[in-house]
Design a protein around this ligand. Sequence first.
Ligand code: AMP
Ligand code: MN
Ligand code: MN
Ligand code: MN
Length: 273
Amino acid sequence: MSIYIDLHIHSTCSDGVVEPEDLPRLALEAGLSAISITDHDTVNGLEPAMKAALRLNMEFVPGVEISTIDKGSDIHILGYYIDWHNQGFLDWMKIFQEGRIERAYKIVHILKKLGLKIDFDHVLKIANGAVIGRPHIAKALVNLKQVASFGDAFVRYLAYDKPAYLPKHDIAPPEAINILTSADGIPILAHPGVLHRDEIIPTLIEAGLMGIEAYHPLHPPEVSSYYKRLAKKNGIVYTGGSDFHGEGRGQSTLGCQNVTIDVLENLKALVAE
Ligand code: AMP
Ligand code: MN
Ligand code: MN
Ligand code: MN
C-alpha cells in the first residue's frame, strides 16, 4: 500500500472542477492511499466521494474548509472527521452558503458599476449548484471576455484589496473552531504560511485548535519545516495536502505535497481521544 496521502482537496461542490465521485479514482492513479475532501463551507461532496473511495479500498477522511475573518484577513480552518450529519453543523453550513450567494450578488453589482459586462445569472450557471465563490465569478469574467485570464480576474478585481473584493460571512476563527468541535471535528489552521498571521496561533490553540497545515503548495520547504516544528513545540499535530482545485491558482496536482500516512495516524489519534 502506498504511504502517500492528500488531506486538502476541493470538488465541484465548492470551487474545484472534478466531481467528488471522481476524486478517489484520480487519487488512486496518483498513487495515494488516503484522501480528504475539504470543500469550502460545504459537506455535500462527502457522501459521493466516500462511496467511491470505499469501492476502491481507499481510506476516506471527511473534511471541510471553513472561511473566517480576523482583522480583515481571510483565515481558513480545516475540519477533519466531522459528524457531517450533525444538524447544528449543517445549519451553519447553510448560513455560510446563503451569505456567499448574497456576497457574490454584491460583487457582481460592483463589477457592473465598474463598467464590466457580467450578470449574476451567468455566475449562477457557472457555479451549477456549487457553493459559490470568487472563482465562479472569475470564470464568468473569462467567459464574457472581460478579463484576459482567471488569474487576471483576481489581480484586477477580486483579490483582497482590489475594487470588487468583499469579505465573506463575518465569523471569527474561534467560532469556526467551536462549530467544528461541536460536530466532533478536528480543527486545523489551513495554510498559515499564506496568512502571515502567526501571532494568532496561541489564541487559536486556546480556543481548541488541534493542528496546523504544514504542507501546502504555497509553502516552500523551509516554511513547511517551520510549521512542523511549531506544531511539535505547541503539542499539536500538523497536516498537509495539495489544495487541489483541478485548475486555477498554482495548478497543484493531487498528492503533490508527498504527505505521508504517519500524518494521518497522528490525526486519528486525536479522534480516539
Ligand atoms: P472565496 O471562497 O469566494 O473567497 O474564493 C477563494 C478561492 O479563490 C480560493 O479558495 C482559491 O480557490 C481562489 N483564489 C483566491 N485567491 C486567488 C488568486 N489570487 N488567484 C487565483 N485564485 C485565487
Ligand atoms: Mn478554493
Ligand atoms: Mn484555503
Ligand atoms: Mn482549500
